[in-house]
Design a protein around this ligand. Structure first.
Ligand code: GLA
Length: 385
């Protein structure tokens, strides 16, 4: 906790006084990619890397925020905020805005932020940032909000204030995850089930290609969402009751989808088959059938690459290199894609060697040393006392 003591000191130097400290984790999704905004099912864990926020309320209606990563302090009015173009502070000012929109009491605050979740890596550093700041703003104003509602406010901030039209998976995981467990989230009802992850049998190994996804990725992401909406409109001609891609299987729509534009057909095929894979993956996890789970993860990658077209050469390379190593059960890109990390399911007794060999092999091929590590399923957001 030396780092936290340092952070506390830094807060004193910057703003004066003694802060309360909050944390929220990043996440890695085992399977169920690009299905949350189609009201599907996802299977993420929270990772053991967090965003930390030192926070203290102020007597006025201003926010002062310092980011350790950006090495910048900003000051802004709490009331009537407007997003500034592509600025990191939009995530936090957006959360303050969304909390107030949700009827919460939010007071002026000094915030010092240190985010250990790597940015642009598909591990959802943004949800960790939003949720840790949201929790801090609520707690220092003595406000109460349940975690599902907090996740929804954070998603709204990213959707409407930042302009990335994301689903609910990341924020809900950062809020509600449980140590040693995988979450099965139904993104339609927001119901979650916790499935124990037997870490004596398998390890989750995250491998960062070190290629960050960029702003272009966010417009591609928004475009995928529109393509899915178009698919739903087309489905509704045949099945007026369908509300989302969640409501149909690929077998049901395959026949009439053959006349659709190629991109729309492929996006629908990915989403519908991915939701089926998540159901099968949850069943495999319950039975501790890790071979089946790994296989589904590898199939998911192929679908994301070929049908959803959100992978990248580096992600494909990382998956291919991993598949050749002892202990590998399955692997895929994780998160929005276009760069970032892969997630691998590996036999626990082989995991350390696997991580080392994958690192070396990727470096030999790409000349970049990737960050490869065994990641443990962690708890959702909390105050650190
Ligand atoms: C990003 C979004 C999530 C989800 C994933 C893809 O992480 O924030 O809501 O859509 O991409 O599965």
């Amino acid at each position: 906790m030396a780092a936290l003591a340092e952070l506390r000191n830094k807060f004193g130097e910057l703003f004066g006084g003694d802060p309360r400290i909050f944390r929220a984790p990043g996440r890695v999704n085992l399977i169920g990619e690009h299905v949350d905004y189609n009201e599907g099912l996802v299977l993420p864990i929270a990772i053991d890397r967090d965003c930390f926020v030192c926070a203290r309320s102020r007597g006025d209606r201003r926010l002062r925020i310092h980011s350790e990563q950006m090495q910048e302090t900003i000051e802004s009015a709490l009331d009537a905020p407007r997003p500034s173009q592509h600025h990191w502070s939009n995530y936090i000012r957006g959360v303050a805005w969304a909390l107030r929109e949700a009827g919460q009491r939010v007071a002026g605050a000094d915030l010092l932020i240190s985010n250990d979740v790597p940015m642009g890596a598909g591990l959802s550093s943004s949800a960790a940032l939003e949720v840790s700041c949201g929790l801090a703003l609520l707690k220092i104003a003595d406000a109460e909000m349940d975690f599902v509602a907090l996740a929804q406010a954070c998603q709204r901030a990213e959707d409407e204030f930042v302009g990335m039209h994301c689903g609910i998976m990341d924020q809900l995981t950062a809020c509600c995850a449980r140590r040693g467990h995988v979450m099965l989230i139904d993104c339609r009802t927001l119901a979650t089930e916790m499935e124990p992850l037997d870490e004596s049998q398998v390890a989750v190994v995250v491998a960062n290609t070190m290629v960050k996804h960029t702003l272009a990725a966010s417009s591609e992401y928004n475009r995928r969402r529109e393509e899915c909406e178009e698919a739903v409109e087309r489905i509704r001609i045949e099945r007026p009751g369908a509300r989302a891609l969640r409501d149909v299987t690929w077998t049901e729509i395959e026949k009439f989808a053959s006349s659709w534009p190629e991109n729309i057909r492929r996006r629908a095929r990915h989403v519908t088959t991915e939701i089926a894979r998540v159901r099968a993956a949850a069943a495999a996890l319950r039975k501790r059938d890790f071979v089946a789970l790994g296989h589904l993860m590898t199939q998911s990658h192929k679908s994301l690459d070929e049908d959803y077209e959100v992978s990248s050469p580096e992600l494909n390379l990382m998956v291919r290199l991993a598949a050749a190593l002892p202990g590998f059960l399955g692997g895929r890109m994780t998160g929005a894609g276009f760069g970032g990390c892969t997630v691998n399911l590996v036999r626990a007794n082989a995991a350390a060697d696997f991580a080392e060999a994958l690192s070396k092999s990727y470096k030999d091929h790409r000349g970049i040393l990737p960050d490869v590590y065994i990641c443990h399923a962690s708890d959702g957001a909390a105050e650190i006392t």
